[in-house]
Structures are given as C-alpha cells and as structure tokens.
Write a protein that binds this ligand. Structure first.
Ligand code: ADP
Ligand code: MG
Length: 256
C-alpha cells in the first residue's frame, strides 16, 4: 500500500508558514514559522489573544489569504485559493434573506449545477442533522441567532467538505445556546467524520471540542504550542481533568 492510500481524507499540512501585513507602510508580522499537521478527521481548536493571527491563519487555510512564505497542503496537494474540499463558517451566517432555510442550504449545490430536486433532497438531510427539520420553510428573519448559525452549518455541510473551518462560529450566541451548540458541533463532527479547525477565544469551548488546541504566541517571535486534550467524550465541563485543562490553558495566557 502506498502512503497516499493510508491517509485519511481531510489531512492538512502546514509548512513554514509566514504572513505579514503592511500597516502604515510598516510590515507587521502576524504568523511566522508555523509547522503543523492536522490529521484527517481531527478536531483542532486555535486559541490566542485578540490580534494574534487566528483569523489570518484560518483565512490562509481557507485560501482566502495568500501566505508570504510556506504552504498549505490538503491530502498532500498544495492549495490554490478556495476549494470544494473546504467550507468556512464565520461568526455571522450571512443568510440570503430572500430564500427560505431550505433555499439557503440548497443554494450552494444549485450553484454547483445540481438539479433543484436533488439539491433540496440533500439540503434536507443536513437541515435534519442540525435539528431544523420543522423550519425548512422559515425565512432568515424569523430565526434566532442560534438557529441562523445552525442553518449556516447545514449550508457548509451540504457541499460535503472534508474540512470545516470555523471562525468563532458561536461567538455571537448567548451562553446557554452556545453550550448546546457546542454539543451539536461535537455530534455533527463525529457523525460526518470531517476535519474541524475551529478558532475560538473561549478556552472552555476549545477543551470541549478539540482533540488538540493550538495556542498562538502572545509575544511576536514566540512559537506556537500544541496541547493534546486527552479526555473521553462526551466531555464533562465539570470533571476535575477538564477543569485542570482549563487552568493549564489559562496559564498559557498568564491568567489564574
Ligand atoms: P485575531 O483573529 O487573532 O484577533 P487577526 O488574524 O484578525 O487576529 O489579525 C492579526 C493582526 O493582523 C492584527 O494586528 C490585524 O490588525 C492584522 N490584520 C489582519 N488582517 C489584515 C489586513 N487585511 N490588513 C492589514 N492588517 C491586517
Ligand atoms: Mg479573529
């Protein structure tokens, strides 16, 4: 068997990645020397202080931003811009207001040229998966924030990506909705077998969701750190081992 055949789909390899921006004519180094391999089907959380480059890293993985150096490979092949094997979910789902829930979720497939009936059949499967079967005829303005974000997740999954890239997807939700959505995300991730890369500033969310947590350096020039979250699932936020991870992650940021 060749190496390629033993790989899981959705494997991401990042080699010597660097990215800087020009601010007032001065280069600002945001990412530097990042090396990382994410296994197919893994759940990785990216945490870091505000401005540490979380969104930039995710945008590079999405192909929305070009790195200055280094490369990103997916299943061994270098990426060139956006790709169908990746789907991105942002904090705001930005649904199309003139389409129903079903219309929004089916939209991407119709754009890809799938016949409407087929697109809608597949869309329904993902609307069910996110628990909105009874709302497929609803309009975006009729949805709560949590429901709208579920639609966004269904829309991303409908195109059957290998990799889900999420930038603070639950950041705008209230605490209760957020916790139940975290449980939903874990369920969806395990049922779909996708690779999940999730940016969050919520350390508990990172521990709840991730196999590994990537901590971006707070001081420029510092290296990234990777922390394995060795906890059985479903995870209990109140278990002593969970609380210990939270303490450990907080100390990465100088918090107690
Ligand atoms: P985070 O998501 O961790 O808060 P970002 O990746 O959004 O951080 O931003 C990291 C740094 O890069 C910030 O200092 C930000 O101002 C800068 N930055 C991000 N995008 C751009 C851009 N398009 N042009 C200039 N500077 C940018
Ligand atoms: Mg950000």
């Amino acid at each position: 068997m060749t190496l390629v055949e033993t790989r899981h789909k959705g494997e991401v390899t990042i080699r010597d990645l660097a990215k800087s921006f020009l601010i007032d004519g001065e280069p600002l180094t945001v990412l530097k020397g990042i090396d990382l391999s994410i296994q197919g089907g893994e759940s990785l959380a990216i945490v870091g202080a505000s401005g540490s480059g979380k969104t930039t890293l995710l945008r590079v993985l999405a192909g929305l931003e070009h790195p200055d150096r280094g490369e990103v490979r997916i299943d061994g092949a270098p990426i060139h811009g956006l790709g169908r094997e990746r789907a991105v979910i942002f904090q705001e789902p930005r649904l199309l207001p003139w389409l129903t829930v079903l219309g929004n979720v089916a939209f991407g497939l119709e754009v890809q040229g799938l016949p409407k009936a087929e697109a809608e059949a597949r869309a329904r499967r993902y609307i069910r998966l996110v628990g909105l079967a009874e709302f497929e005829g609803a309009w975006p303005r009729q949805l709560s924030g949590g429901m709208a974000q579920r639609v966004g997740i269904a829309r991303a999954l409908t195109v059957q990506p290998e990799i889900l890239l999420l930038d603070e997807p639950l950041g705008a939700l209230d605490a209760m909705t957020k916790m139940s959505m975290q449980e939903e995300l874990v369920r969806i991730w395990s049922e779909e077998g996708v690779t999940m890369v999730l940016v969050t500033h919520d350390l508990e969310e990172a521990i709840f969701l991730a196999d590994r947590v990537l901590v971006l350096p707070t001081t420029k020039g510092g290296g990234i750190r990777l922390i394995d979250i060795d906890l059985p699932r479903p995870r209990d936020r109140n278990a002593p081992a969970f609380v210990q991870y939270r303490r450990r992650l907080m100390s990465e940021f100088g918090l107690h």
